[in-house]
Design a protein around this ligand. Structure first.
Ligand code: PXP
Length: 240
């Protein structure tokens, strides 16, 4: 069986922390825990509006070096500077709209080819593994390859929405084809967005996909799974 790497997106640990503007839950504590339980990497998305991950988090997590850090970011000058300053293990270029709740679709690499052709080289030269977050579309993947990207991450958001309606088979085929095409060009294929206990298996069983990045579901489900233990502990503390 192939080994598939798992990257955990901890943006929403930061969302919870920011709700009180204190340092709990603490991202470094979470990073240590993820290392202990053999996760392969940590993913964070530094958004323009800093709604969850903040600049200090990028700095602390890249210095702490518990696990390879994958920095998701928009292709802006500001983000490029931050990336070059902190030199994460990896960076993933994503499209970003201020008003969106999450990254809604893949990057239009074709439309931004000239811009990305100037934007990517300093990051690639620094040896930062660079991936582009794209829809399962061979034209976009080909354009990513021509720009020298090391990998693409396939956006599985549409697949996960269709999975709920049991209408996902053609999107899954599209993802399989995209992953095979990506490998044929010599690039790694990753995938992520909207993955859950229920819908992850068909994606994980695609031989050409070597890394998954999962966030919202894992952090959300941790509340359900963890609640019993935490309440038990607080009851013990109350008794004391
Ligand atoms: N991969 C990329 C590039 C993303 O932008 C996101 C969302 O931040 C994810 C993976 C994880 O998506 P989710 O939080 O839905 O698991």
């Amino acid at each position: 069986m192939k080994k598939i790497r798992l990257g955990i997106n901890i943006d929403h640990v930061a969302t919870l922390r920011n709700a009180r503007n204190e340092n709990f839950p603490n991202l470094i504590t979470v990073a240590k825990l993820l290392k202990k339980i053999n996760v392969d990497s940590i993913t964070i998305h530094l958004r323009e509006d800093r709604r969850h991950i903040r600049d200090k988090d990028v700095s602390e997590l890249s210095k702490s070096n518990f696990l390879p850090l994958n920095l998701e970011m928009a292709a802006t000058e500001e983000m490029q500077k931050i990336c070059l300053k902190h030199k994460p293990f990896a960076c993933c270029i994503v499209p970003e709209r201020r008003e969106e709740l999450t990254t809604e679709g893949g990057l239009n690499v074709l439309a931004q080819r000239d811009y990305l052709n100037k934007f990517l080289p300093p990051i690639l030269k620094m040896g930062i593994r660079t991936s582009l977050f794209v829809d399962p579309c061979t034209k976009q993947i080909k354009a990513a390859h021509e720009l020298g990207a090391n990998a693409v991450e396939i956006h599985t958001g549409k697949y996960s929405r269709l999975f709920k309606k049991k209408q996902f088979s053609s999107e899954l085929d599209q993802i399989k084809k995209a992953a095979i095409f990506c490998n044929s060009l010599g690039m790694e294929c990753h995938a992520g967005h909207g993955l859950t206990f229920k819908n992850v298996s068909p994606i994980a069983s695609i031989q050409n996909i070597v890394e998954l990045n999962i966030g919202h579901f894992i952090i959300g489900e941790s509340i359900s799974i963890g609640l019993k233990n935490v309440i038990k502990k607080i009851k013990n503390s109350i008794k004391k």
